[in-house]
Design a protein around this ligand. Structure first.
Ligand code: HEM
Length: 452
């Protein structure tokens, strides 16, 4: 039996499981990938899931439906609204992650101007140097959890390459503060989820006054980071070489919108927090997955070492195949501000629609033997549109996709050329574990670096 929602005109919403909200939530929390996979097999390419504390979510699992969902970015789809609850406190009101409509467009254009592809290539060498310095600190023949090491690299890249901070003491301060802020935000989000968001919003300002509470710790961590960011903005505005500086933050300071307006300090602060929130754990996790896959596929690993000095083709294929089989962001929801007709169903305003990346990337119609890790499938082939979506789609596609690819292409060769990574004999593949909104390797990518 399935539950059916019907519009006033008699057209029903996509089918979904008959279990109660609580039952669906329990199954979802236990193993979201497996649960959605089972529902896909049961209901086909479009189905509804209802979780506690959330509007009903309609998942889609074929490229044409995903395209139609992304097309709602120009009409009734609001990506910002789906992220605001858990991100707004951290990134602020002027962040493109949580905005929709006109303010989103203004900030997206401003941030986008600094991420223009033609400027990016010049950062590659600087990123490679950051990676090489990190690898030089590893102890050979000792087990190493790689994801935190990749986080160190990705954070340094953001602070030094994107923000252009040269003051090493300041970089060190932020290196300590930012993970503390992210951890405090995640803890608060868990409390908010357990208490229900409405109750939490009422309690938050009260709890902030209790030392040691999740809300108080978050407020302190945020104030610490803000103090440094505002100071850095002030210093940079006054820097004599601001007109020539090539880092992305300086470009943002110089950028102006269609009316010639520049960003205010508050907008800049929120823009920088946006890049930190969106750009550091994602890229670090993607790189950890690349190594998790490489150590379990020695043939691919060997070919990559052989070809990496020649050109980027095989390296790109390895990264893409990793993002296909181990997507970092599994779902890209849009909240509906108006009703939507999709695949002959009626989806009411207020519901969410969401392409499911693991389901799209695992389609036999799109990829032969989809469960097999085979980078060669990405060599010299143009994939049909909408089949491969690690960076989302529509107008809200990832702003930093090209930067992330550049960073991965700079970091991965520095690792594989300097050390020979392997796993403990017989170590099984690491599982995809939901951590906040990302799918991370269950052991954090456990490897042993050996002499190359
Ligand atoms: C491998 C690394 C990364 C992955 C897998 C990734 C993935 C994504 C995905 C799936 C989205 C949502 C797209 C949608 O809803 O259609 C997104 C949005 C975004 N990403 Fe990334 N991302 C990565 C790295 C980065 C980096 C390095 C930056 C910047 C430094 C960045 C900045 C952003 C921003 C600002 C948005 C919000 C765009 C908007 O709403 O207009 N991302 N990313």
């Amino acid at each position: 039996m399935t539950s059916v929602h019907t519009s006033p005109a008699g057209v029903s919403a996509p089918p979904g499981p008959a279990a109660s909200k609580f039952g669906q939530t329990r199954n979802f929390v236990r193993d979201p990938i497996d649960y959605l996979d089972g529902l896909h097999r049961q209901f086909g390419d479009i189905f509804t899931v209802t979780l506690v504390g959330m509007p009903p979510i309609v998942y889609v699992a074929n490229p044409e439906l995903a395209r139609q969902v992304f097309a709602t970015d120009r009409s009734v789809g609001e990506a910002g609204k789906t992220r605001a609850d858990f991100l707004q406190r951290m990134v602020g009101d002027n962040s493109i992650l949580v905005e929709d409509g006109e303010s989103w467009l203004r900030h997206r254009k401003l941030l986008g101007s600094a991420f223009h592809a033609r400027y990016l290539q010049r950062y590659r060498e600087q990123i490679a140097e950051i990676a090489a310095a990190e690898v030089a600190r590893w102890t050979l023949e000792q087990e190493l959890v790689l994801r935190p090491r990749m986080q160190v690299i990705a954070l340094d890249v953001l602070l030094r390459v994107v923000f252009g901070i040269h003051d090493l003491e300041r970089v060190a301060q932020l290196r300590e503060m930012l993970p503390r802020l992210t951890a405090a935000a995640a803890r608060m989000e868990t409390v908010a989820f357990v208490l229900s968001r409405a109750a939490w919003t009422g309690l938050e300002s009260m709890l902030r006054k209790i030392p040691g509470s999740a809300a108080a710790r978050f407020a302190v961590a945020r104030a610490d980071v803000d103090r440094i960011l505002y100071d850095e903005i002030e210093r940079r505005r006054a820097a004599p070489d601001i007109a020539e500086r090539t880092d992305l933050m300086s470009q943002l300071l110089r950028a102006s919108d269609d009316d010639g307006e520049k960003m205010t300090d508050l907008e800049l602060r929120d823009g920088l927090m946006t890049l930190l929130e969106a750009g550091y754990e994602t890229t670090a996790t993607a790189m950890a997955w690349v190594f998790e896959r490489l150590v379990r596929h020695p043939r691919v690993h060997d070919r990559l070492v052989e070809e990496v000095d020649k050109d980027d083709k095989y390296l790109e294929a390895v990264i893409n195949e990793t993002l296909r089989t181990r997507p970092i962001v599994p779902v890209m929801p849009r909240a509906l501000s108006g009703d939507l007709e999709l695949a002959g169903y009626h989806i009411p305003a207020g519901w969410w629609v969401a392409p499911s990346v693991p389901l799209l990337h695992g389609r036999e119609a799109s990829f032969d033997d989809p469960e097999v890790f085979r980078p060669e499938r990405f060599l010299d082939t143009d994939l049909p549109r909408g089949t491969f979506l690690p960076f989302g789609g529509g107008r809200r596609h990832c702003l930093g996709a090209q930067f992330a690819m550049l960073e991965m292409k700079a970091v991965i060769p520095e690792v594989i050329k300097r050390v020979r990574l392997r796993t403990r004999a017989g170590a099984p593949p690491e599982q995809q574990r939901g951590s906040h909104v990302l799918l991370t390797p269950s052991e954090g990518c456990l490897v042993i670096p050996g002499k190359r």
